[in-house]
Write a protein that binds this ligand. Structure first.
Ligand code: UDP
Ligand code: UDP
Ligand code: UDP
Length: 467
């Protein structure tokens, strides 16, 4: 019997691309023929680098390049380059219709991003191809998205004025945790969610990079129909493994950081002594906030490895570290730590024994990597799903979250407050013990007999039956 052929269709942004590539490598390793529908051109250099690196590693995984049609701006509020590409993709999905029919062997299933799920589902069902959706955020934030069409948040009257909402499956949710674009029905983001949630009753399954040991209540609420009565089954497959794992060289100079001296420095540090600071691939703090963070890091006296970003899109991020942080800071902290710009292999840094804490914006990939690798988090959510993800971190005892720091740009958090939180996290013995325990639960979930492994076997069995 020929293996089933599965296509994966990630959307814009590395936070979507990485989990799709990780899942692609996973199902390929389980004997499926895999095609990745890859955006071309990508918004960020990181995405195109990641894609070429992936196809070099996995020459047997096929690539179809997908070039969205020229973008006609709609009336919806949307000024984010990544979201603009999502809008262009949504307007171009029909191009895939004839392409999907010509693939050989014929496709048995397609795994789509949520932002184009309705269109993909329509095309796929006309060809008897099954559709799955891969959700790239937490089960908790996904639950909120799933509730959005029903809530019609804005229309239901003065939600912004309320302090909290009682939501099925989520309990009491502070309104301040809901991303403001979701409260605006004219925002592109709201319309994307509302137009793609209804099709989730027709898809074959909803795949998630989470696990029952991390988000049991949300997964249960989704699967028991408390959020949407006829929702397709949620398969919690996480935490995903990095796709390059087979080729993983031992951590060492040149393998993860741009300069050998930087990595050598990390190798020389005591176990669990270094704070890693990164706000993901598309979040730049304001200049003032960056300087307060700089002061906080210095005052904490903690060893640090800081990945700096001063622009949302990496191609436009040209200012150097010296001009942002100042020579005198770099000189004073020469022994304390390292600040660099550019792409690093975050998963491998988090795996380094010297890393003892992570200041993170709580992008869901970053959270699941820290959980898988047992690194405590100081959550500093900036926008989007990040406060919901931070709530998962806090409620499971995997980190600290200073809620009064607000959304990114809402207020200027003082260096002294940052220093205090850094020390609290780095010195928290109970926190570290809890994080280690959850790391072990995550490991067991992926072993034979574990929950995530069980869901994955189920998925692969289903794919094989559809063949
Ligand atoms: N990442 C990385 N190196 C970097 C920046 C990011 O490897 O320099 C990876 C990170 O490990 C994660 C992803 O890019 O897998 C970022 O996704 P996340 O959901 O954490 O945040 P986003 O960038 O989407 O805000
Ligand atoms: N790379 C990059 N941007 C990315 C992903 C990778 O520039 O988004 C580069 C990275 O700097 C390295 C190569 O691609 O030169 C391989 O990347 P990765 O760090 O993922 O794996 P490694 O080189 O550590 O095996
Ligand atoms: N998001 C949002 N408002 C924003 C930015 C993002 O509600 O201003 C949503 C976004 O659509 C996604 C989640 O929050 O579902 C994370 O978005 P982001 O692009 O920041 O991270 P990524 O999806 O790349 O991990």
């Amino acid at each position: 019997m020929a293996p089933p052929h599965v296509a994966l269709f990630p959307c814009s942004g590395i936070g979507h691309l990485i989990p799709f590539l990780r899942l692609a490598a996973t199902v390929a390793a389980r004997g499926c023929t895999v095609t990745v529908i890859a955006l071309h051109p990508t918004v960020s250099a990181a995405e195109s680098d990641q894609l070429s690196h992936f196809f070099d590693l996995y020459p047997h995984i096929k690539c179809i390049q997908f070039q969205p049609l020229p973008f006609k701006k709609s009336k919806l509020f949307n000024e984010d380059p990544f979201f603009m590409q999502v809008e262009a993709i949504s307007n171009s999905v029909h191009i895939l219709d004839p392409i999907l029919s010509t693939l050989s062997p014929p496709l048995s299933a397609i795994i789509s991003d949520l932002s184009v799920a309705t269109s993909i589902c329509r095309i796929a069902s006309s060809k008897s191809i099954s559709t799955y959706v891969l959700i790239t955020t937490s089960a908790r934030f996904f639950s909120l998205m799933a509730l959005l069409p029903k809530l019609a948040l804005r229309e239901s009257g003065g939600i912004q004025e309320k302090a909290q909402l009682e939501l099925p499956g989520l309990g009491l949710v502070p309104v301040s945790s809901i991303p403001p674009p979701m409260l605006d029905s004219n925002h592109f983001f709201s319309t994307v969610i509302s137009s793609n949630i209804p099709c989730l009753s027709n898809v074959k399954g909803i795949l998630m990079n989470t696990f029952t040991g991390l988000e049991s209540e949300s997964i249960l609420a989704l699967n028991s129909g408390r959020i949407i009565p006829d929702l397709a089954p949620v398969l919690a497959l996480g935490p995903f493994e990095p796709f390059e794992v087979e080729r993983r060289a031992p951590v060492g100079p040149r393998s993860i950081l741009p300069t050998a001296p930087t990595l050598q420095w990390l190798d020389e540090q005591a176990p669990e002594s270094v704070l890693f600071i990164s706000f993901g691939s598309r979040t730049a703090l304001s200049r003032d906030q960056t300087l307060q963070l700089r002061d906080g890091i210095e005052k904490s006296g903690c060893k640090f490895l800081w990945i700096l970003k001063s622009n949302k899109v990496d191609k436009d991020d040209k200012e150097d570290v010296q001009s942002i942080l100042g020579e005198s800071f770099l000189e004073r902290t020469r022994k304390q730590g390292v600040a660099i710009k550019g792409w690093v292999n975050q998963d491998r840094i988090l795996a380094h024994p010297a890393i003892g804490g992570f200041i993170s914006h709580c992008g869901w990939n970053s959270v699941t990597e820290a959980v898988r690798l047992g690194v405590p988090i100081l959550a500093w959510p900036q926008h989007g799903d990040q406060k919901f993800n931070a709530a998962v971190v806090e409620s499971t005892g995997l980190g600290l979250w200073a809620k009064d720091w607000g959304w990114g740009g809402e207020k200027l958090v003082a260096g002294d407050d940052i220093a205090a939180k850094i020390s609290e996290m780095m010195l928290g013995k109970d926190l570290r013990a809890r994080v280690k325990a959850v790391k072990e639960i995550a490991r067991q979930a992926r072993e034979i007999g574990g929950t995530s492994e069980g869901f994955l076997s189920l998925l692969v069995q289903e794919l094989k039956l559809q063949e």
